[in-house]
Design a binder for this molecule. Structure first.
Ligand SMILES: Cc1cc2nc3c(=O)[nH]c(=O)nc-3n(C[C@H](O)[C@H](O)[C@H](O)COP(=O)(O)O)c2cc1C
Length: 378
């Protein structure tokens, strides 16, 4: 069995410093318990993206992961920038929110209505008063605390209020950062591990690429351990991340196309067929910049000349269109968040195989470097 060990492995109780990134976007359903467990069983740390799940679903899924062999794992949630701020729309249901958006942003509302007609998507009837997601964040976090999940990852927002609660429950906290400033904020909040996530990453992302970001974050937050994220899908990138000073890697897109992923097969296939240029930055789905596979929706928003609304309003504005598209099996219209490294991925592999390739590949690179390069101190 290969050995690839950093102090992070001891901190988390894992064999290899490779984590399945939290991926919890609304309709892709990318991290089912079997994928989380497969990564943990292969010696890494499986992290479940749970942001779109109800508190009860999160509890059930945590218990499902636990039924699989007993290994550490984590749960990732997107926290609003602040709960008070997220509540400023003064509405509590989807129906109220849409009516409010229609009143406040009539051009955006009309654009989405016309887009639905253009794409032949039938309107969605609102039969219930479904509560807004932001109302649920505290309950979602509470489930993670109650269940004493070994690791909690905070994707967006300020985890300062979670850290003391997690510490009390014996839970390690990971915070994501796309800039040195955010990394310092995470450190100040008291997180145990910081993910430096580069611009090339899939999903919500900042503006600084992995290579310039990782060493700067490593220096700024030392001795807090850093995980590199964005563009990592083979052993070469793992070795490079370790060379940049990271203690491990946080891998999203490569696991998104794993055999155990729940992402619709049509969306997986689209990623496997695409080249790196096609993974673009768009605010069309959530209102925050996110890297996603270019499609008729991202293009329509680009052509519209309209600025998408801020989070969480854009997500609410687009919710009916996406629900209608999903019901009609129009997967090419859904939010297919994925990173630039998608251009390198050509086949679906099991999570175990992905882990083996990452570990074995990194060990080979580290072993071979001295044979390929001549060097000595001057
Ligand atoms: C489909 C998808 C969904 C994501 N959802 C989340 C999320 O819910 N929370 C989060 O912290 N990060 C999320 N991310 C970002 C990942 O955690 C990670 O930082 C990123 O995938 C790493 O870059 P890579 O895709 O190049 O490996 C998502 C990424 C993808 C591809």
């Amino acid at each position: 069995m290969p050995v690839l060990h950093t102090p992070l492995c001891d901190l988390l109780g894992i064999r290899y410093p490779i984590l399945l990134a939290g991926m919890g976007t609304l309709r892709g359903r990318p991290t089912p318990p079997r994928l989380v467990a497969a990564v943990s069983n292969a010696g890494g740390l499986g992290v479940m993206g749970a942001t779109s799940l109800s508190p009860e679903e999160i509890r059930q899924r945590i218990r499902q992961v636990r039924q699989l062999p007993d290994k550490p794992f984590g749960v990732d949630l997107l926290l609003p920038v602040s709960l008070a701020e997220a509540g400023t729309a003064r509405v509590t249901t989807r129906r109220q929110a849409l009516a409010w958006i229609q009143r406040e942003y009539p051009r955006h509302y009309a654009f989405v209505q016309s887009l639905m007609r253009e794409l032949n998507l039938p309107p969605v009837e609102h039969t219930d008063d479904e509560p807004l997601r932001v109302e649920r964040v505290r309950q979602q976090v509470q489930v993670v605390l109650d269940e004493k999940v070994p690791v909690f990852a905070a994707g967006l927002g300020d985890p300062a209020w979670v850290v003391p609660l997690a510490r009390e429950a014996g839970i390690k906290v990971i915070g994501l950062a796309g800039s040195v400033r955010n990394a310092l904020r995470q450190k100040q909040a008291g997180v145990d591990i910081i993910v430096a996530q580069g611009y090339e990453a899939g999903g919500h992302t900042g503006r600084i690429a992995t290579f310039p970001l990782v060493p700067q974050v490593v220096d700024a937050v030392a001795p807090t351990p850093v995980l590199a994220a964005g563009g990592i899908a083979d052993g070469r990138a793992v070795a490079a991340a370790l060379a940049l000073g990271a203690q491990g890697v946080w891998v999203g897109t490569a696991f998104l196309v794993a055999k155990e992923s729940d992402l619709y097969p049509q969306m997986q296939e689209a990623i496997l067929q695409a080249s790196s240029e096609e993974f673009v930055i768009s605010r069309a789905y959530s209102g925050k910049t996110a890297r996603t596979l270019r499609n008729p929706i991202t293009e329509a928003w680009e052509r519209s000349g309209l600025e998408p609304l801020p989070m969480p309003l854009q997500g609410l504005l687009m919710a009916d269109l996406l629900e209608s598209a999903e019901r009609a099996g129009r997967y090419e219209l859904l939010f297919n968040a994925a990173g630039q490294i998608g251009g390198m991925l050509k086949e679906r592999k099991s999570a175990q195989q992905i882990m083996d390739d990452l570990v074995q590949g990194a060990v080979e690179v580290l072993e071979n470097l001295p044979t390929r390069i001549t060097y000595r101190r001057g």
